[in-house]
Design a protein around this ligand. Structure first.
Ligand SMILES: Nc1ncnc2c1ncn2[C@@H]1O[C@H](COP(=O)(O)OP(=O)(O)O)[C@@H](O)[C@H]1O
Ligand SMILES: [Mg+2]
Length: 262
């Protein structure tokens, strides 16, 4: 029997209600995410990738609203949960690397505090501060950040966008969540750092994590993903294993995307 998806989204719709118009940012998206696999969501700018990922954790603010759909995590529909219950899911069951890393860390706390929070959420047994800090240094080194002492003592606004993004990835590595959603995690990084981070995502996948990798880069999809969903104007226009979608794309949009890289 086929394995059950860890995360299953059904008919998700997130609309923005602006004066005089409705933007259907996510318009009936369904997708399945499996343990030990990388599921890529690919699409051009404005296709709804970020709104979709924020919707999974119910992080949509006015004038946006999730108007329909189900978000199943291990048999629980997250849309039935109260905010208090969702707070326990965020970070613990599902961690997220945001596309806008500078705005996603609370500016009141140092990087160190954010890291301790991740450890507190995930460790099954108590860990000494000294051991925790050496763990922090290890994950920072893995994303190519060597001046760990200085970074841990910094606030997010003191870091460059690229450094912040790497700090977010390091937090993702630290978290032992079942699902990691990475929204364009390498978009503002040089190629060497990008390769290092993609390598780390592959390690997490091999340890059994389910990874949702959001990207506009089909090269990254080809290199990294097992399954792929092509998003256009808030709708899935193509999906399947990477092999199937690349071999026999169904939608003209996917064909055009592929023609642009091969
Ligand atoms: N806060 C917002 N208010 C109004 N429209 C928004 C807001 N956030 C996103 N959108 C719209 O939703 C659509 C999808 O955006 P987004 O998910 O950020 O695209 P992507 O991540 O694929 O580039 C776009 O048309 C965007 O303009
Ligand atoms: Mg985006």
């Amino acid at each position: 029997m086929a394995e059950q998806p860890v995360l299953s989204i059904k008919n998700l719709k997130t609309y923005f209600y602006l004066e005089g118009q409705v933007i259907k940012a996510v318009d009936g998206v369904s997708l399945d995410v499996y343990k030990g696999r990388i599921t890529a969501i690919v699409g051009g700018s404005g296709s709804g990738k970020s709104v979709m990922s924020l919707s999974i954790l119910n992080l949509i603010d006015d004038p946006g609203k999730i108007i329909d759909g189900e978000i199943w995590l291990n048999g629980v529909n997250l849309r039935d949960l109260q905010e208090k219950q969702l707070m326990k899911i965020r970070g613990k069951e599902i961690s997220m690397i945001f596309q806008e890393p500078t705005s996603s860390m609370n500016p009141v706390f140092k990087v160190k505090s954010h890291f301790f929070e991740v450890i507190r959420t995930h460790s099954k047994q108590a860990i000494s501060n000294k051991d925790a800090v050496s763990l922090f240094k290890d994950v920072l080194a893995r994303v190519g950040l060597k001046n760990a002492d200085q970074i841990l003592e910094s606030y997010s606004f003191e870091l460059s966008g690229g450094m912040c993004q790497r700090v977010m990835v390091a937090m993702g590595l630290l978290a032992q969540s079942q699902v990691l959603i990475a929204d364009e995690p390498t978009s503002s990084l040089d190629l060497t750092t990008q390769a290092a981070i993609l390598e780390e995502l592959l390690h997490l996948k091999n340890r059994g994590m389910a990874i949702v990798l959001i990207t506009h880069d089909l090269g990254v999809v080809a290199q990294m993903a097992d399954d792929v969903y092509v998003l256009k104007d808030g709708k899935i226009v193509d999906s399947g294993t990477v092999y199937d979608v690349f071999e026999s794309p169904k939608h003209e949009y996917t064909k055009a995307l592929l023609a642009a890289i091969f």
